[in-house]
Design a protein around this ligand. Structure first.
Ligand code: HEM
Length: 145
């Protein structure tokens, strides 16, 4: 078995799973928006659905993030070397995780439902942060090596 190919497979699959969970979350938040910004009774049901989804999603996303990072570090150690490119990626991943967690604590967790459409907007800012960071990391991966 080719260990490098295995690490690449884990790295790319982990990335795809992580990226996919973000898209799935965006679609769910779009779908639930009318309920979460509407009547109290409907908002209660939608909040329950949202909580259940987030519980499942974070399980997959956590495993995916850890797989991407571990396989990336092993690829760097055994095959790529500790280049500036690798350190840039590590820095960006740390920044992405810090920004995401920081923004969730600061702007997402305080939201109570039902809320006004304007109070719901931080969810979309969160996705903007995630996708921008993914974009920067992918550009770094393919064009800065
Ligand atoms: C600690 C974090 C990371 C490290 C140390 C790391 C390291 C590496 C290394 C060494 C390679 C080269 C593999 C090879 O060609 O054999 C690689 C490839 C790749 N990485 Fe990462 N990576 C990290 C995070 C990420 C993240 C977060 C993403 C996605 C946003 C990502 C996306 C990719 C992609 C798409 C490739 C394939 C590039 C190609 O085929 O030329 N990596 N990574």
């Amino acid at each position: 078995m080719n260990f490098q190919a295995l690490l690449r497979l884990v790295h790319i699959t982990g990335f795809a799973a992580w990226f996919g969970t973000i898209f799935a979350s965006l679609f769910l938040l779009r779908t639930l928006e009318p309920g979460l910004t509407g009547e109290k009774k409907e908002a209660d049901v939608h909040t329950l659905l949202l909580r259940r989804f987030i519980k499942l999603e974070t399980k997959v996303a956590d495993v995916a993030v850890i797989s991407v990072i571990l396989s990336g570090l092993l690829l760097a150690h055994f095959y790529e070397g500790w280049s500036t490119w690798v350190f840039t990626k590590i820095g960006l991943v740390i920044l992405q995780i810090a920004l995401t967690i920081g923004y969730i604590i600061k702007a997402i967790q305080p939201i109570t439902y039902p809320c006004k459409a304007s109070a719901y907007r931080p969810w979309y800012h969160l996705f903007a942060i995630s996708f921008t960071m993914f974009g920067i990391i992918l550009l770094t991966t393919f064009f800065l090596r």
